[in-house]
Design a binder for this molecule. Structure first.
Ligand SMILES: [Zn+2]
Length: 143
């Protein structure tokens, strides 16, 4: 069992380098109101570099939302300074109104009131987060 620097909370590991703040934003975690530590551009054996987010306290992470910004991430659950379980993001097949289409000419960009709907095209993790395509024009998401 790996001992951590937090006692009760979560560690989101293997976040793509430079994307930690985006992850907090998507998860609705306010860094000004949360006890957390960000480690940016840490060395990673499998990714070259990565970000790590450590959050003290009871935090609920939506693994579907995490999958959109950091599909390669691992969520470590920490109790009494020990990692007791690990969770992986689960890639939803369809996403509505979370991410936006990157195509400026897409109907979802040019017209109001149209849902931002995306579908999963590859079930495999992709560090660039482009595995979701717009239902209308098949472009990737803006992240
Ligand atoms: Zn589109």
């Amino acid at each position: 069992m790996q001992v951590t620097s937090i006692t009760h909370g979560i560690i989101i590991d293997h976040v793509p380098a430079g994307r930690a703040l985006k992850v907090l934003d998507f998860l609705g975690i306010d860094p000004r109101k949360t006890r957390l530590a960000l480690i940016m551009n840490a060395e990673s054996q499998s990714f070259g570099s990565k970000d790590i987010i450590k959050i003290e306290g009871d935090v609920v992470v939506d693994l579907n939302i995490l999958a959109l910004v950091a599909p390669s991430a691992t969520v470590n659950i920490v109790r009494d300074s020990v990692i007791v379980s690990k969770e992986k993001p689960t890639l939803p097949l369809h996403v509505t109104n979370v991410i936006k289409c990157s195509n400026p000419r897409c109907v979802t960009s040019t017209e109001r009131g149209i849902k931002q709907q995306f579908h999963l095209v590859r079930g495999h993790e992709d560090a660039r987060g482009m595995q979701y395509r717009c239902d209308y024009c098949d472009e990737g998401a803006k992240l």
